[in-house]
Design a protein around this ligand. Structure first.
Ligand SMILES: NC(=O)c1ccc[n+]([C@@H]2O[C@H](COP(=O)([O-])OP(=O)(O)OC[C@H]3O[C@@H](n4cnc5c(N)ncnc54)[C@H](O)[C@@H]3O)[C@@H](O)[C@H]2O)c1
Length: 442
């Protein structure tokens, strides 16, 4: 199998741009800098910590992913961000209360230098948010042009040869694709006419794709997942991925449900509720923003369990997801799952999960991996929707007519095989073992 011609990563700096300088993005930036300073380990990041088997098992070749594919080194990363609040990354991290003072102190000098550019923002799309650091322009098209100029300026300032963008902004209200999303022309016209169906996150996505910058959406709202932007990404040779980082309760769901299904155990109820008290929780307390989240969270079980094929196991599954804003907890969310399952002869059993997770701690390595893998994809000549990055998302962005894959293990398998192919190796099927000689064969 021939390798994709990958332009070397060490040819310049990689600028990682985040619309949104809140809990997730500051935790990500603080962690990268802490790792660079030898103060922390990049736990949770496949690109930094995981190995990957190459060739038959008998050869024992298991390099680290970072040694197999040509990823941008952490030392080459520079950051840029936009936010509706003017606080620098240190101040924003203190406010987010994810990382403790003792961990922030070690990187305070660096984080203080990251100042957010004025945001393309409209309160109509995030009702519970209002801040002063906002761009003004005649229409949405002009706003997108300003974002494009920001990307170019920040790249020049940072001395970066490449950039990637990961949306870490608040969850916008639920929007359905509209006629202005059908074609690139319609989208440009829609921006000029200030079409309500075009939200700020779509302006960032458009700006990124126009500048040749890969784009990933970490939130559940509609963003680059519309035909106009998918087409633009293909035409401009830009990889895109999304949406909604797979952390916390949904991560657990996509670990547990495939296990039940593999054992052909039935499930007739799955009740999930959360309490969280960070700004994300406050925004999700608004029904319209929650609706966007509810849609990505709810689809997960249906596509994994295939009730249409297994009606007697999953046909009557009642799935309920609640998110409750509860300020005392801050970012230290608690998620409860009650799973009603049944086995042999229909006998009922229950599973209770109480996950005291830290959302941003789970999300930060996802931002890092997405940035590095999207940059790799771009240098390897890949463009359009990168379904192999579904591993990182609650609502994987897939091409029209494709079914989303939610099973974490299938997603993981696909991710690794794509990395093998990018590196010029055969995908691993786990079948080859059958043909290897047994040790006791003469
Ligand atoms: N924390 C997680 O594990 C997790 C998991 C899945 C998805 N997400 C999503 O990631 C996003 C970020 O989460 P968070 O916990 O960091 O939230 P946060 O509220 O701490 O940070 C979001 C930041 O985005 C800013 N913002 C909003 N609209 C903007 C715009 N148009 N331009 C620039 N900045 C804008 C806000 O001012 C805020 O500072 C949310 O949409 C959340 O739903 C988070």
């Amino acid at each position: 199998m021939s390798a994709f011609a990958t332009t070397p990563a060490d040819s310049g700096k990689l600028l990682v741009l985040t619309p949104g300088l809140g809990a997730v993005s500051t935790t990500f930036m603080a962690g990268v800098e802490a790792v660079r300073r030898g103060l922390a380990a990049p736990i949770g990041s496949l690109s930094q910590m995981q190995t990957i088997r190459i060739g038959p098992r008998s050869e024992g070749r298991n390099p680290f992913i970072r040694d197999l594919v040509d990823l941008a080194p952490l030392e080459s990363i520079e950051f840029g961000a936009w936010d509706v609040f003017p606080d620098n990354a240190y101040e924003a991290a203190v406010r987010a209360k994810v990382l403790r003072a003792e961990h922030l102190e070690g990187v305070k000098d660096y984080l203080s230098t990251i100042k957010p550019m004025p945001a393309a923002f409209e309160q109509k799309y995030v009702k519970r948010l209002d801040g002063p650091n906002v761009k003004k322009a005649a229409n949405k098209f002009e706003l997108a042009e300003l974002l494009r100029a920001d990307i170019r300026n920040r790249m020049a300032e940072a001395g970066a040869s490449r950039a990637v963008m990961v949306w870490c902004g608040s969850t916008e209200v639920y929007l359905e694709p509209a006629p202005c999303h059908d074609t690139i022309d319609a989208f440009r016209r829609g921006m000029k006419e200030n079409d309500d169906a075009i939200s700020p996150s779509q302006l960032y996505a458009y700006a990124a794709i126009m500048e040749g910058v890969p784009y990933a959406n970490g939130a559940p709202n509609l963003s680059a997942d519309v035909p106009a932007l998918e087409q633009l990404a293909l035409e401009n040779g830009v990889p895109i991925a999304g949406k909604d980082f797979k952390t916390g309760q949904t991560l657990m769901k996509t670990i547990l449900a495939p296990g039940m299904k593999a054992r052909m155990l039935g499930i007739n109820g799955w009740f999930s509720t959360n309490i969280l008290g960070n700004r994300d929780g406050e925004i999700l307390d608004d029904e319209a923003s929650f609706r966007a989240k509810e849609v990505t969270k709810s689809a997960v079980l249906d596509t994994m369990l295939q009730p249409e094929i297994y009606p007697e196991l999953y046909g009557n599954l009642y799935h309920k997801v609640r998110i409750n804003y509860y300020p005392p907890r801050g970012d230290e969310k608690e998620g409860w799952d009650n799973i009603d399952i049944f086995g042999w002869m229909g006998y009922a059993m229950q599973i209770k999960v109480d996950f005291l997770c830290r959302d941003s701690i789970l999300a930060a390595p996802i931002v890092l991996d997405l940035a590095l893998f999207l940059d790799l994809a771009s240098r390897s000549g890949r463009s359009g929707i990168q379904e192999w990055l579904s591993f990182y998302f609650k609502g994987p962005h897939v091409g029209a007519g494709h079914v989303q894959e939610h099973d974490l293990f299938i997603q993981h398998f696909r991710l690794k095989n794509t990395l093998r192919v990018i590196a010029g190796h055969e995908p691993v099927t786990h079948l080859s073992e059958n043909y290897e000689p047994h040790h006791d064969t003469p």
